[in-house]
Design a protein around this ligand. Structure first.
Ligand code: NAP
Length: 251
């Protein structure tokens, strides 16, 4: 078995996932930089000091997930941290679509059901599938940690409050996908409550990345703070929580 703790970050070839991978590598983890395009993952891993290795992983593809789990078992024999970071706001949103276009086409009255399904495939079903595949490896680690990258937009308490700014920008795909991800987080935390594995959801804040055409106000390093904190929780840390770096977020 590998002698250093091992972390897998999905969608780590860029954005917040890359910053999380960088931070965990700096803390001595062997970090697997998940990327659905291996070449992009390899380029991203090269930019990280420490032991960072690219791994091909498309969270919507069962064969890709199974191959990644098999490689981790063969090469490292353990998994201490899983960060389910990969996420999309809309299919094709990364190819030059403006935030305003995403908001308009995501409105509940007009959103395409195909788009809604695609967002759920990545943000919800992908997380369940990757977590199920990695659980046998996490169970073997002394203190497995699972961090799901949610969003404050997934908070039903906040989006149902008229005082919350921009509460409708997530439309009928992204926002419900993150609410569902929160419920998925609680479900895994409940089942794993009697084990050493902790499962928590993090919001990175509004971070400038491709996801929002770099309209965010925080840096990726700032966005990585809360997921990294949850990845490194000690034995007395919580499970089944939802927070950002300012504290707990209401469900
Ligand atoms: P980003 O820069 O667009 O990065 C998203 C990452 O997910 C990319 O590496 C992307 O890979 C990957 N990805 C997408 N679909 C995938 C799939 N099927 N399989 C594997 N990887 C896939 O966005 P980000 O802002 O860093 O977002 C990271 C997470 O934070 C997301 O879950 C997002 O919802 C959440 N979040 C972000 C903000 C914010 O303000 N930015 C706020 C709240 C929550 P490709 O390069 O191949 O597309």
């Amino acid at each position: 078995m590998h002698d250093k703790p091992v972390a897998l970050v999905t969608g780590a070839n860029k954005g917040i996932g890359h910053a999380i991978a960088k931070e965990l590598a700096a803390r001595g983890y062997t970090v697997l930089v998940g990327s659905r395009d291996l070449a992009r993952g390899e380029a991203a891993a090269k930019q990280i000091a420490g032991d960072a290795r690219a791994i091909a992983l498309d969270v919507t593809n069962a064969d890709s997930i199974a191959a990644a789990a098999a490689r981790i078992r063969r090469e490292l024999g353990r998994l201490d941290v899983l960060v389910n970071n990969a996420g999309i706001v809309k299919s094709g949103a990364q190819s030059g679509v403006t935030v305003e276009e995403i908001v308009q086409s995501g409105r509940p009255s007009v959103a395409s059901l195909a788009d809604v399904r695609e967002v759920f495939e990545t943000n919800v079903f992908g997380v369940i599938a990757v977590t199920q595949a990695m659980l046998p490896l996490l169970r073997e680690a002394p203190a497995g940690r699972i961090v799901n990258m949610s969003s404050s937009l997934g908070s039903l308490t906040l989006i149902s409050d008229p005082a919350t700014p921009n509460r409708s920008v997530g439309g009928v795909a992204y926002t419900p996908s993150k609410s569902a991800l929160n419920a998925v987080t609680v479900a895994f935390a409940q089942e794993l409550a009697g084990t050493a594995i902790k499962v928590n959801a993090a919001c990175p804040g509004y971070v400038a990345t491709d996801l929002n055409a770099h309209s965010g106000t925080r840096t990726v390093a700032e966005g990585a703070r809360e997921p990294v904190r949850l990845a490194l929780l000690g034995p007395d840390g919580p499970t089944g929580t939802f927070s950002d770096d300012a504290g707990p977020i209401p469900w």
